[in-house]
Every structure is written in C-alpha cells, then in structure tokens.
Design a protein around this ligand. Structure first.
Ligand code: GAL
Length: 669
C-alpha cells in the first residue's frame, strides 16, 4: 500500500538530475545552485542501470547512496528512477533474443537507449530484479519521496516483432478470442483469403506485400500497450513489496502513441507527464495546453506532476527553436494552471557529452550568468510563492472525447483521405475552445458524461455500440453533443458498422452518411451558415437526413447544395454534426450556436490571454498567462501572489507576462 502524500510541500520544482555524468566536486556546486533556484524535487538514476548493476546480479549502490545523502542534507527530495529504459551492454550480450525487432525485421542493438522487447522474459526478470534491489535499499531513505519507474514507456520504440513478441501476441489473442473462429470473424479474414486454421500461423502484422489486416494491426496496438503496461506493473509491484512511497511513470499525453493512458492512469499512484513544444508550430502553447488538460483528465482531475519540459530548445527536432525570454514561465504556468502541482525539467545540468549535449537545461553550458539560469531561479521563487495553490482543482463544463483506440484505428493505411488526421482534428477543435476561453476536460467515450453541458467529439472514427449508446443517452437526458466528420464509422474491430457509416450515432444526430467525398485541392468549397460563407476544404460527406435540421449547406465541391452541418433534437438535448473539416476560424460561428444550445458562455477575454481557475477549499486561484506582446487588462478582484499586489477589479498583465490571483471561492472558470 502506498501511504500517499504529495512528494513535497507546496508545488514541487526541479528536474532530472544525472550526477553520474559529472565528477564528485560538481555535485556540491549542483546542490548549492539547486538551493539558490528553489529546487525541491529531482529525478535521479533514470539512466543508471550500467552503473548500478555493472555485471549481472552485482550491484554498486555506493555512489547513489552519496547522491541521495547529499540531496537530503540539502533539503532536496528525490524521485528515484528505475533505470530500465536503458539496459546495460551485458544484457544485450547475454540476451540477444530480447532485442526489439522492427516491422521490417531489423534487430535493434546496443549503444543508444530504449527498451528491449517488452515481451522478453529475461528483460522482465532483470527489470524487476533491479527495481526490487533499489526498493529494498532505499525504501526508508528519507530523501526518496517518489518512485519513477522506467522512462516514457513506448518511446522511442514500443512495437516489437521479435519471436518472443509474436509468441506472446498469440497467447494474448487466445485470451481475447478463445477460438480461431472468433479471431477469424473479428479480423474479417474472409477478405483476401486470410483465414487462419492453426494458432501457429497467427503472427504480428509485420512487413507484408500490401497493407496488413487492419483489425490485426489494431489488436497489435492493444497488445503492445498491454505488454508495456505489464512491464510497468511488474516493476511497480516489485517496488511495492518493499516500499510505501507513491509510484509513477512519466507519460507523454500529447505524444503518446503506444499507450492508452486511460488505462495506465489507473495503475499509478500519481500521474506525471512530459511535454515538449513542437518547434514548427507557431502556436505550440495551444498544444501544450491540450496536453496539460489531457494529462489532468487521465488523472481524473487529481493534481499531477509535469515531470519534464525544457527550459529552452530541445535538440531532437530538425530545427530547434530556443524559447524567448519569459516563454518558459508562460509554459510552466500553463501547466500549473491546468492542474500540475509539480514543475520539473529535463534536465538540471546540460550534458557535455552524448546525444543530448545541445539540449537546454536548468543550468546551461553558459553557466549561472545566463538568461536561462536567471529565469530558472526566478521561476523557482515564483513557484515557491504558490504553495497554497497545491491541491486545488480545475473544473470544466465541456468534455472533449479522446480515445487512443480510435487514434490507432484512424491512423491505419488506406483511409478515404490521409488529410483527415486524429491529432489534427483534435487540435483544431481544442484550439477553437481555447481561443474562446472555454476550459475543457477530456473524456473517454464510455465515461459518465452527465456532469458536462457540452461534449465535443472531434475525432471519433471508432465508436463502439456501448459508446454510441452512452452518447445517445447523454443527449436524451439534456446534454449537447457536437460531432465532427468521419465519426462512428467502425466498431472495435475496425469493421464498418452494420447499418453504415455513423450508424451508432444516427439516432442522436438524426443523420447518417451515405458517402465520403474528399475534396480536390482546386475545388473551392464553402459552407453557407445563415447566409455567411465559411471556408472549408479537404473533406465533405453526402448525408442522409433522418430527422435533423439542416443548419449549413455546402456551396461548391462534390456535395454542392447538400447538407453540411446539422442539428437534431433528441430527448431533451441536442446533437450537432459537422460533416466537413472546418478550420479554427471557420468553427467560430458554428461553436457560437452550439454554446448557445449548451448554455456555455465564452470568456470574452482578449484572444491570447489564457486564464484558468483552480478551485481550492478556501480560495479560488486565477492563473493568467499573456501570450500577447502587448499588455492586457484582466478583470479580477483578489491578491496577485507574485507581487502581493491587490487587484480591485482590474489588473494589468505585461506583454508575455504571467500572474496568479487568490480570489474568493466561486469565481468563474
Ligand atoms: C524525453 C526523455 C528525456 C530526454 C528528453 C529530451 O523524451 O524522457 O530523457 O531525452 O526527452 O527532450
């Protein structure tokens, strides 16, 4: 049992600390500078397996004892890593069959980092052994307040086509389907003569002449997620046998591909997440907000830890853009505003050697005289001033549906158009809500949605019968549902619903889809919404109306003159359907009507002034981030916690600035 308390007092602040890359005297300087920066929590040992277990079953914990003691003497708490994301050379040498094999048959070797096969029996044994040895030794070490299992499961590799993995996949399929008849039916193997007569013939969807069976691929994605999670659970339980501190593993909500975080979040004591800005995106802070909301949502609203972000540029994108002055503060405060009670970075001190020497750090190569270090120290002091915010919660009236299974299915090959992506649609709808100042939770389509005024489904390609019923009941009981195109197309086996495209949503939307009509780039297509032409493109659908009112009509393109946007009364609620891929601007007038149905009031604040409220027992906290270059005035009454100033109705936030206000309970959100 974990005796759960938050790892540090107040909001935790710090980063990954890799002292093994530095001579001993540097450690003393590190902790002195950490104190100067207000660091309270560091993650240690994440990549230290080769040092901790230099030969199989021989351990050297001496250096780690020193590090932990030193940190503890300086009042810095430790999130202790298990080093299993990077097995040592001896492991690869002893167990070559544990290497990950890629889809095209290449076995991945030693000399980088990254997982070996999550299905390898030898890996599972070695990983749980080192986790157990660490837990036994440090269960009662006073510095250790949190366990950090592995690192970013599923990255840089998750899928594995090795012989061990294929055998495990077969076993997993036996458990799922029981019989080959059931598997053949689920996979639709009558198509292209893919019938299986022997379990021994069933394999992973490796390189094939044409596109592999999509249902098999979807199951392989589920299996990969399951195997990775089994590795986590094995390590977690090995730790729990000795230690009572909470246990986490760092997710990548926004970038996670191999992990269904709804399921993972149930297995951890506290949710933690890594997030990095995507350099080519000029509005990357919107994706950051999405990631933070998604992380809080998988944590079911509980406070979470931002385990990694960067102080400035990363090094692994093509063209790595450095953060501009103040940007790191805005990023950190956005995470905090959206529920993070820990703000950590990768990493404390920039590495001189290795693949990440050009990655920014809290203490950059340029040293303590640098802008980045000054901002790190300032942020540490600001975080220190926010202790009372810890534990407060974000509330939302709007839920956005997010389902990793639908993501896996929608991104398979041979769709009607690859211009219509899960993440692109998710981002577009999220950005509309973000610009309108509407705070959202994310939800699984089978969750209880009754607490939300509005549910938005930007990318619900895969909708199970249960999810269809859930959404239909939600609307029948008074909810407002907004569904974007290419929805409810397939079931859990990636098979088109009997009843046609959109069948599980037909009752609630009062419409179904006769044909998908991807649009040629040269075809100028608009939607006539109450006499105004809103631009669209890429995608159109031929709808079959079944009770819905037509709210928008296609002008131009393959569906010229036909219904594009519909609204349907169902029970005491309303179901909206947008059958085309509208952009952020084009969505504005549509959302305005949907908000009116749902009783949602957009914030009315200037675009680019991001404000989220965290609700506490005694106070609310308004976290404000100004992404604009110019000053803005925020309507607020309360105390600004960084300056101590009283805001009596209005407060000016400088261009690019941040502010946090203690306000009376019951303010807006
Ligand atoms: C993360 C990883 C860190 C570091 C970082 C660089 O994905 O967990 O170890 O590599 O990226 O941005």
């Amino acid at each position: 049992m974990s005796t759960f308390t938050w790892p540090t007092a107040g909001i935790s602040y710090g980063g990954d600390y890799n002292p093994e890359q530095w001579p001993r005297p540097v450690w003393d300087e590190d902790v002195a500078l950490m104190r100067e920066a207000g660091v309270t929590l560091v993650s240690v040992g994440i990549f230290s397996w080769a040092l901790l277990e230099p030969r199989e079953d021989e351990y050297d914990f001496g250096w780690l004892d020193d590090v932990l003691d030193l940190l503890h003497r300086n009042g810095i708490a430790v999130d202790l890593g298990t080093p299993t994301a990077s097995p040592p050379a001896w492991f690869y040498d002893a167990y070559p069959d544990s290497r990950v094999v890629t889809r095209d048959g290449t076995a991945l070797g030693f000399g980088s980092r990254g997982m070996v096969s999550p299905s390898s029996v030898e890996y599972r044994a070695a990983a749980t052994r080192i986790a157990s040895a660490l837990a036994e030794r440090y269960a009662t070490h006073p510095a250790v307040v949190l366990w950090h299992v592995h690192n970013e499961y599923g990255a840089p590799v998750g899928e594995d086509f090795s012989a061990q993995s294929v055998a495990a996949f077969r076993e997993w399929l036996r458990g799922r389907y029981g019989s080959l008849d059931a598997l053949n039916a689920a996979w639709g193997t009558a198509f292209w003569g893919q019938h299986y007569r022997e379990w021994a013939h069933v394999g992973a969807p490796a390189a094939t002449a044409s596109t592999p069976n999509p249902a098999q691929q979807l199951d392989f994605a589920r299996f990969t997620d399951h195997q990775l999670r089994a590795c986590f659970i094995a390590e977690r339980d090995a730790i729990r046998a000795h230690a009572t501190q909470p246990i986490t593993t760092n997710f990548m909500a926004h970038q996670s591909w191999n992990t269904d975080l709804w399921q993972w979040a149930r297995e951890v004591d506290l949710v933690s997440d890594d997030h990095y800005l995507w350099s080519p995106d000029p509005e990357a802070h919107v994706a950051l907000a999405l990631s933070a909301d998604l992380t809080r949502s998988v944590a079911r609203g509980k406070p979470w830890v931002l385990m990694e972000h960067s102080t400035s540029a990363v090094n692994w994108q093509g063209h790595n853009i450095a953060k501009r002055p103040g940007e790191m503060h805005r990023n950190a405060l956005t995470h905090l505003g959206r529920g993070a009670d820990g703000i950590l970075f990768f990493q404390w001190r920039a590495s001189r050697s290795g693949a990440e020497k050009f990655h920014s750090a809290m203490l950059p190569h340029a040293g303590t005289g640098s802008r980045v270090f000054r901002e790190v120290v300032e942020l540490g002091h600001r975080i220190g001033a926010l202790a009372e915010v810890a534990g407060s919660r974000v509330r939302a009236d709007v839920a956005v549906l997010y389902d990793w299974e639908s993501l896996w299915a929608q991104e398979l090959e041979w769709r009607p158009s690859d211009a219509l992506g899960f993440r692109e649609r998710m981002r577009t709808y999220y950005e509309r809500l973000w610009r309108d100042g509407v705070t959202v939770d994310f939800a699984h389509p089978e969750d209880d949605l009754s607490g939300y005024r509005l549910v938005v489904a930007p990318a619900s390609y895969l909708v199970t019968a249960a999810a269809g019923k859930n959404l239909t009941d939600y609307v029948a009981q008074g909810g407002t549902l907004l569904v974007s195109c290419f929805a409810g197309v397939v079931d859990e086996h990636d098979a088109v619903h009997a009843g046609g495209f959109g069948a599980p949503l037909r009752d609630v939307l009062g419409t179904a889809v006769e044909e998908f009509l991807p649009v040629r780039a040269a075809d100028v297509t608009t939607v006539d919404l109450d006499g105004t032409a809103i631009p669209t493109g890429v995608w159109a659908e031929q709808l079959v109306l079944d009770g819905a009112q037509v709210r928008g009509v296609y002008r131009g393109g393959p569906a010229d003159g036909a219904a594009a946007i519909t609204r349907n009364g169902h029970g005491t609620g309303t179901g909206w359907y947008v059958s085309t891929a509208l952009g952020v601007e084009a969505l504005a007038p549509v959302l305005a009507q949907v908000y009116a149905d749902a009783g949602i009031t957009p914030s009315g604040r200037p675009e680019g002034l991001e404000v989220v409220t965290r609700h506490g027992a005694e106070h609310d906290y308004l976290v404000a981030v100004n992404h604009r270059d110019e000053d803005v005035d925020l309507e607020v009454t309360g105390t600004e916690l960084f300056s101590g100033e009283e805001a009596g109705g209005s407060y000016r936030i400088g261009g690019g600035g941040v502010a946090v206000f203690r306000t009376p309970v019951g303010g807006d959100h």
